[in-house]
Design a protein. Structure first.
Lengths: 273, 138, 367
């Protein structure tokens, strides 16, 4: 009797220990590793003056999400603190206003081409916009059509022309966004969307590049061509969705069959009792 | 309905459903395991002439099976490389200008006919055309 | 005699199949008050068989190489006819197996079936529980997705808190300092050969013990629910006024199995992504840890315990103590009473334990 009581008390004590230790909130172990840091971020990240300004905007940018770091645009050595900003290591510093398009154009080649041919490009250095004017320098986000808006575009001229281009791009843009969403959804269901995702990416870039010509007629012409590409993507999406629908129908039959069989087995069992 | 009839009806229905389930499992199983019908059928192969110097043979895959393109005394021949005896792959003997099967010593001439040994039939000849410095088989 | 009867006689005079069938099926009597919880064992058997079958099928196309693993799984899901079906069955089956295991464990706890003379059965069941956790952990890595890679990193990290040999243990488990191709190789061997064979053997032992001791008597619907076992000698616990296993209880088993299969089918066909977060479809990147990576739901209580306790060693010790307690339960709880409502202390501890476990799981999920 005594032994059994002692055992029961020990049991209760153990449970209490467990419960109370959970109640002691403590240090939460941070298990998420941080991506390897560059020396650029190590210094500029802790600066409080102008040097520290770009860090946070960059961290939230589409460049950061894609693994594009400071050195990819500004050059220099991201691993060597002493020579990080040495011209010998390719450091380019901050581009002058007129050098901005060429700076961004090292990667965004096609867009640089279109921009230089356009009215915007011709106005470079004469009060015209640079890449940074619309896209920002470090806080660059994935482009949506909203980047064309009254506030931004009426800084130098009337909004009316920009509005026409925006209107011409609405429908295709809407489809691009829609298809992007569908591909993401299918990817999350295990469908191999790699090739189609890449195709959409290419079409999207080809389309967004158009704007930099600031030529409504060109936009309209290209929209028609791109619609064809989007139709192919839509075709893939509808075929995939159809297939998944057929699977669900087969599944309904399977589940229904099992339920009926379970009922039959149950009734059969009862007939023996 | 008495117990006996009810039992028989239920048992038969249940057995039928379970048999259906077995079939519904067997079909996907067989399709999953069946060899894939890829597009290797009727797929032409192009080989640059530079890759087959005179006196040499080049082995390649054609419609899922090994084949050989040989150049000898200025003439080209394209044959299946599968020995007609028991399926081993024949080897080109440059000094003798013939194919020899390493498994049981069967010998084939450059046109595929059996010279000696156990093979019952000649090596199959494959159609090919020569154009623009390359050979197209199939 | 017709040919079928002749064949039957031919077999019977050689191996006595009639007597065998009578002993194991029609003459095997189960207690009258047996309930549906007793079917969980056979459900688990069916589940294990499905896992083995689908696992073998997946092996036909899966490549256990770090460069090719993810792509081979994508191939199975998209190109191989019905590959999506067998892969989804395997993934869903592993999760439902653990759910069924918890149900089986809890029903044995509540009905006091772990008490004497069934200590061996409880111990073999406990070992099986750990083996199933192990096979789930090793299988999780095989698709080589971001989810696989980082969940395995977190899980193998926890072994490192063992004093003195912790670091070597982690390295031994992983086959290298961090999760990589050597980890995939050894986890593959464990998942495909070592653990399944061990599980099969343990199931054999578990069933042998069940047959040898006899099925336990449920404590419901009886006036005296105390354990009748005296322990002076071995005695098979039979139920002379019981119902035959075949066809009566076998049909009830079949009905439960089919109900389970309906549930299984519902998840496979209509909720396939229940156990596939987005990171399951991104190939592993050893240099990029995704945000908020967590182990699977059944490891969340362990994970959360490690996170909230002040030291990881304490976290591991607490879990070790809890598991040891669970393993030795039949030796700690020697009371003869089997009805759950007549064991207030046990019931309280049990419910507290379940609430703690589930609470930690939910907390782990949302934190």
């Amino acid at each position: 009797m005594i032994r059994s009581t002692i055992r029961h008390i020990a049991l209760a004590a153990l449970i209490l220990c467990l419960a109370s230790s959970i109640a002691i909130g403590a240090v939460v172990v941070d298990t998420a590793a941080k991506p390897p840091a560059t020396v650029c971020l190590a210094c500029h990240g802790s600066q409080t003056g102008p040097g520290g300004i770009p860090v946070k905007p960059w961290q939230g940018s589409v460049h950061a999400a894609g693994g594009i770091g400071c050195q990819d645009c500004h050059g220099g050595d991201p691993k060597d603190a002493v020579n990080a900003m040495s011209p010998a290591r390719g450091f380019l510093g901050v581009p002058a206003e007129q050098g901005i398009p060429a700076f961004c154009g090292r990667c965004h080649v096609g867009i640089l081409e279109d921009y230089l041919k356009s009215a915007h490009g011709r106005a470079l250095g004469k009060g015209g916009p640079t890449c940074v004017t619309c896209h920002g320098s470090h806080e660059v986000q994935k482009v949506t059509l909203e980047i064309i808006n009254e506030k931004r575009c009426s800084a130098c001229h009337t909004y009316e022309r920009a509005a026409r281009i925006k209107a011409a791009m609405q429908e295709v843009e809407r489809n691009l966004v829609r298809i992007d969403g569908e591909i993401t959804r299918l990817k999350q269901e295990g469908v191999d969307t790699d090739a189609w995702g890449k195709q959409l990416f290419a079409v999207r870039n080809r389309y967004h590049r158009l704007f930099h010509n600031v030529d409504v007629a060109l936009v309209r012409k290209e929209s028609a061509a791109i619609r064809g590409e989007l139709d192919k993507l839509d075709d893939f999406l509808s075929r995939t969705d159809e297939e998944r629908y057929r699977r669900k129908i087969a599944g309904a039959f399977a589940v229904g069959g099992f339920l009926v069989a379970a009922l039959l087995a149950h009734l059969l069992a009862k007939s023996y009792d | 309905m008495n117990t006996g009839t009810r039992r028989r009806f239920l048992a038969t229905s249940l057995a039928a459903l379970l048999a259906g389930t077995a079939g519904a499992v067997l079909y996907p199983l067989l399709r999953y395991l069946a060899p894939r019908r890829t597009d290797t059928a009727q797929q032409a192969v192009r080989i640059p002439l530079a890759e087959i110097p005179d006196g040499t043979a080049k082995f390649f895959d054609f419609e899922g099976k090994p084949a050989v393109l040989v150049s000898s005394k200025g003439k080209l021949a394209c044959l299946s490389a599968v020995c007609t005896h028991l399926g081993c792959i024949v080897q080109w003997q440059k000094d003798r200008e013939e194919f020899r099967c390493p498994c049981h010593g069967g010998r084939f001439a450059i046109d595929g006919t059996v010279v000696s040994g156990p093979p019952p039939r000649p090596l199959a000849r494959l159609p090919f055309t020569v154009a623009n410095g390359s050979v197209t088989v199939g | 005699m017709n040919p079928l009867q002749k064949l039957h006689t031919w077999i019977d005079v050689r191996i006595g199949i009639d007597a065998l069938l009578k002993k194991e099926l029609t003459g095997y009597l189960l207690p009258r008050n047996i309930n549906a919880w007793y079917s969980l064992g056979s459900i688990l058997l069916v589940l294990f068989s499905i896992q083995v079958l689908t696992g073998i099928l997946l092996l036909v196309y899966y490549v256990p190489d770090a460069e090719k693993a993810f792509q081979s799984v994508t191939f199975i899901m998209n190109q191989v006819p019905f590959g999506w079906l067998f892969r989804t069955c395997h993934a869903v089956g592993s999760n439902l197996m653990i759910l069924a295991l918890f149900g089986h464990l809890l029903s044995v706890l509540f009905m006091g079936s772990y008490k004497s003379p069934r200590e061996f059965n409880w111990l073999s069941g406990f070992v099986l529980f750990n083996l199933v956790m192990g096979i789930s952990l090793t299988g999780y890595l095989l698709p080589w997705s971001q989810l696989s890679f980082w969940a395995t990193t977190v899980a193998t990290n926890s072994v490192g808190v063992v004093p003195v040999i912790g670091e070597q243990l982690v390295e031994f488990l992983r086959g290298a300092k961090s999760v990589g191709p050597p980890t995939l190789s050894r986890f593959f061997v464990l998942h495909v050969v070592v653990i399944p064979a061990t599980i099969a053997g343990m199931i054999g032992l578990h069933l042998f013990l069940l047959k040898r001791t006899g099925v336990s008597l449920p404590p419901f619907g009886l006036s005296d629910t105390r354990n009748a076992w005296r322990g002076e000698q071995y005695r098979y616990e039979d139920h002379p006024d019981g119902i035959p296993f075949f066809p009566n209880f076998a049909l009830r088993d079949l009905s439960s199995i089919l109900l389970y299969l309906a549930l299984f089918g519902t998840v496979v066909f209509f909720l396939p992504n229940l156990f596939f977060p987005a990171q399951a479809f991104v190939p592993a990147d050893p240099f990029q840890t995704p945000d908020r990576i967590k182990p699977e739901w059944y490891f969340l209580p362990n994970y959360q315990t490690l996170r909230i306790l002040p030291s990881e060693l304490l976290g591991l010790a607490v879990q070790g103590a809890a598991m040891t307690f669970l393993a030795l339960l039949p030796f700690i709880d020697r009371g003869t009473e089997r009805h759950p409502l007549k064991r207030p202390l046990f019931l309280t501890c049990c419910i507290c334990g379940i609430l703690t476990f589930v609470g930690l799981m939910i907390w782990g999920h949302y934190s």
